[in-house]
Design a protein around this ligand. Structure first.
Ligand code: IMP
Ligand code: MG
Length: 179
């Protein structure tokens, strides 16, 4: 897949992201007050920075696990078929689980992962997405918590990439193609 020339326009700054995570963690803590040890499941690779900030602000005992699904490849188009490339290491039966996604676009990824994890009979299963693009939704799914709702733009930064570029930007930026 060709990577087209582009520039990045900042959309959500790092201070804004951090303030939002602060507010979200208060709500998450309230939801899991009776949880002894929360299993926080990050969807690789886009959620790695979000999950790192989230668990540090949660101030509760957590176990961190990861699951990786097949993604866009290097294209900006979503593929409908979701495959598990790397499964969880731990057993989630009877556990309280929080799935952490970077961005819900068509929703196929989150819908597939939630169905899979639900089949393993966790006691409680919740999900959080840093970003949500509701206008692109094809699968019927909504994360329990959403950081920011954004328009139909291709974004990078704060863990999210465009063909493996832009992941380590401290802010969320909109990709603007210049050709
Ligand atoms: P969905 O299955 O269509 O909801 O897509 C989910 C995945 O596509 C996300 O976890 C991202 O990895 C990727 N994705 C969706 N939108 C964007 C974007 O704007 N920039 C980068 N990756 C994206
Ligand atoms: Mg992803």
């Amino acid at each position: 897949m060709t990577k087209h020339p582009y520039v990045i326009d900042q959309m959500i700054g790092s201070a804004e992201i951090s303030a939002r995570i602060d507010a979200l963690t208060q709500e998450i803590k309230a939801e899991f007050t009776d949880t002894r040890k929360l299993v926080v499941v990050g969807l690789l690779r886009g959620s790695f920075i979000f999950i790192a900030d989230l668990v540090r602000q949660l101030e509760m005992e957590v176990e961190v696990d990861f699951i990786e699904t097949s993604s866009y490849g290097n294209s900006t188009e979503s593929s409908r078929e979701v495959r598990i490339l790397k499964d969880l290491r731990g057993d989630i039966e009877g556990r309280d689980v929080l799935v952490v996604e970077d961005i819900v676009d068509t929703g196929h990824t989150l819908a597939h992962v939630l169905t899979l994890l639900r089949s393993r009979q966790p006691a409680k299963l919740r999900s959080i997405a840093l970003l949500d693009k509701p206008s692109r939704r094809e699968a019927e799914v909504t994360a329990d918590w959403i950081g920011f709702t954004i328009p139909d733009e291709f974004v990078v930064g704060y863990g999210i990439d465009y063909a493996q570029a832009g992941r380590n930007l401290p802010y969320i930026g909109k990709v603007r193609f210049t050709e």
